[in-house]
Design a protein around this ligand. Structure first.
Ligand code: 13P
Length: 251
């Protein structure tokens, strides 16, 4: 049975002190969350070591928001996967739409990053999702299918055990506009089918697929009740420990 996960992407928010405080509040409240629901927080790079310390002894796992597409060396400003594991990360988010849109993240780069992350023992939360133009042109299934194929079809069934997919329609991120439960479910079902075509039904069934985009306590229950929605990747609402935990209690 696939795992349910609620992950908080803090993006470029909080100072180190604020991040540690938030992590402590999430860790303290995490015991309310049933054992079958995994919790992950993804603070900025600068916070990882301190947040890892703050999460110690709790069930909350630590993720980076990105990693380098190179192993090490003269790549100023980049952060390598072994730095992330040595800072205490179990996960990295990859391919967030903000990275694709503002920092030229391509599917080709994501293949390299995913290879390095998996080889380092990190779990990967791979983000996919269409923008507003693509949705209005009715291309959302094609866009998401291509993103999944371009990246994940380079990997094996065994690799997929460490991969979580996050469907985040760009038009729903930070806009207050959530995809309806039906809109999200039909894409999630499509993603599972695309995974089944390559890796078989068992791997597809076992893959956790998260929804992200203005997910909050008031809409999480309806989204998480969908058969192919296994949790959420939460932005704004993850910056308040109470809201984040409330979302994790919405299954
Ligand atoms: P919001 O929840 O703020 O819309 O952000 C979603 C997101 O991008 C999570 O990665």
């Amino acid at each position: 049975m696939r795992k349910k996960i609620v992950a908080g992407n803090w993006k470029m928010n909080t100072t180190v002190a604020e991040g540690v405080e938030l992590a402590k509040a999430v860790a303290a409240a995490s015991s309310q969350v049933p054992s079958q629901v995994g919790l992950v927080v993804a603070p900025p790079f600068t916070h990882l070591v301190s947040v890892a310390e703050a999460l110690k002894g709790s069930k909350v796992e630590l993720s980076a928001q990105n990693c380098a597409d190179k192993e090490k060396g003269a790549y100023t400003g980049e952060v390598a996967v072994n730095m992330l594991t040595s800072a205490g990360c179990q996960w990295t988010i990859l391919g967030h739409s903000e990275r694709r849109q503002y920092y030229g993240e391509t599917d080709e780069k994501l293949v390299e990053k995913t290879k390095l992350a998996l080889a380092a023992g990190l779990g990967v939360i791979l983000c996919v999702g269409e923008n507003l133009d693509e949705r209005e042109a009715g291309k959302h299934f094609d866009v998401v299918t291509a993103q999944i194929k371009n990246v994940l079809y380079n990997f094996t069934e065994a690799d997929m055990a460490k991969v979580v997919v996050a469907y985040e329609p760009v038009w729903a991120i930070g806009t207050g506009k959530t995809a309806t439960a039906e809109q999200a479910e039909e894409i999630h079902a499509c993603i599972r089918k695309v995974l089944a075509d390559k890796f078989g039904a068992k791997v597809a069934d076992d893959t956790t697929i998260l929804y992200g985009g203005s997910c909050k306590p008031s809409n999480a229950k309806e989204l998480f009740a969908q058969p192919d929605i296994d949790g959420g990747l939460i932005g704004g609402a993850a910056l308040k420990a109470d809201d984040f935990i409330q979302i994790a209690l919405s299954f």
